[in-house]
Design a protein around this ligand. Structure first.
Ligand SMILES: [Zn+2]
Length: 346
């Protein structure tokens, strides 16, 4: 009885998070592919997943329209690949048996995967937050990169090539971004330094929430992610130097594109996202020096306070310090008010 009461107390203090793995869309598409029974056009047009996908990709190319998507589904149902296969149904048709088996396996693991994601997120979410999200697998989409809308994250199943652990961690990383937007401040776009700080904190903490180095299976996406982690571990001091150089360039070059260039080099996969790794390293140092509550509180503060707190922890623990140009930017943005709100985190 006492145990049950204690459990009740603990669960009422924990954040209320639910993430479902949704395979229904992919499963319906796969059932239709090569069935030669035609399509339910109204149902396709009414599908929220199809609408979000078309909306997302329409930003990049005008020909990603619902009409084009409906025609691609019609052709795929007839086992035909259109000449311009923008929704990549050729691969879906070719691998349909394998993908059906993959979905069946994923369905049996659905609850376990949802619980794993929920646990990962719960450990880094303030207690007062409740969140309901979904990770949806899609077949027949324009690209291997995932996309999100609010609390929903979408990813192409054929691209994952059966890497279900990779899917779990990827979904946790992306879903954590939706949780961050519930409690982290959005710095003004006009403040380049704070925008970059904020992105480093968001990507760094998401990388710690879903740490791919924990995965023991060796799916393709997992291997890629683990290689990136190893590369960045090896060159961590150089990553900090690079960040310092970027802040020198941002403040001194007068280049109107300095901020975009910094993001392209530091915060994209182009160079294995060195600033994601810095953010992850900062997160771990703050977490072990000051504790989880302080970490979450600093994430909710203005971004320069997270950087200043890291540098103080690094000084105390002998970790790599932030370079002088990064510290200048952090100090310049710190005000009496933001410093006081961060002080309350300790
Ligand atoms: Zn991310």
């Amino acid at each position: 009885m006492i145990g049950a009461l204690a459990a009740l107390f603990v669960s009422s203090a924990a954040p209320d998070i639910h993430v479902n793995l949704d395979t229904s869309f992919a499963s319906a598409v796969l059932e239709e592919v090569c069935s030669k029974t035609g399509i339910d056009e109204d149902a396709i047009r009414a599908s929220e997943t199809a609408q979000i996908m078309v909306d997302h990709f329409h930003q990049f190319r005008d020909d990603f329209t619902m009409d084009a998507y409906v025609e691609a589904r019609r052709a795929a149902a007839n086992c035909e690949t259109p000449e311009r296969d923008i929704f990549r149904f050729g691969e879906v048709i070719e691998r349909r048996e394998e993908l059906r088996a993959d979905i069946a396996l994923l369905e049996t693991r659905g609850e376990e995967i949802g619980d794993t994601i929920t646990d990962m997120l719960g450990a880094y979410t303030p207690a007062e937050i409740s969140f309901a999200g979904a990770a949806t697998v899609v077949t027949g989409s324009p690209s291997c990169g995932g996309w999100s809308r609010d609390a929903a994250f979408f990813v192409d199943l054929p691209c994952l090539k059966g890497d279900h652990d990779g899917l779990t961690y990827l979904a946790a990383h992306e879903t954590y971004h939706a949780i961050q937007s519930r409690f982290m401040p959005e710095p003004p776009d006009s403040n380049e330094a704070l925008s970059i700080f904020s992105e480093i904190i968001r990507e760094g903490t998401a990388s710690v929430v879903a740490d791919f180095s924990e995965i023991e299976t060796n799916g393709a996406y997992t291997q890629l992610s683990q290689r990136v982690i190893k590369t960045n571990d090896r060159r961590m001091d150089a990553n900090f130097d690079l960040l310092n150089m970027a802040f020198f360039y941002l403040s001194k070059s007068g280049d109107p594109e300095a901020s975009q260039k910094t993001e392209a080099i530091g915060l994209s996969g182009f160079f294995d996202s060195p600033f994601y790794a810095i953010g992850a390293g900062m997160t771990r140092v703050i977490d072990s020096a000051y504790g989880r509550d302080a970490l979450l509180c600093l994430m909710a503060a203005t971004p320069e306070q997270f950087f200043l707190a890291y540098d103080r922890a690094a000084q105390e623990t002998g970790e790599t310090r932030l370079g002088p140009n990064v510290m200048d930017a952090a100090k310049k943005n710190s005000t009496r008010k933001t410093a006081a709100s961060a002080k309350a985190c300790f």
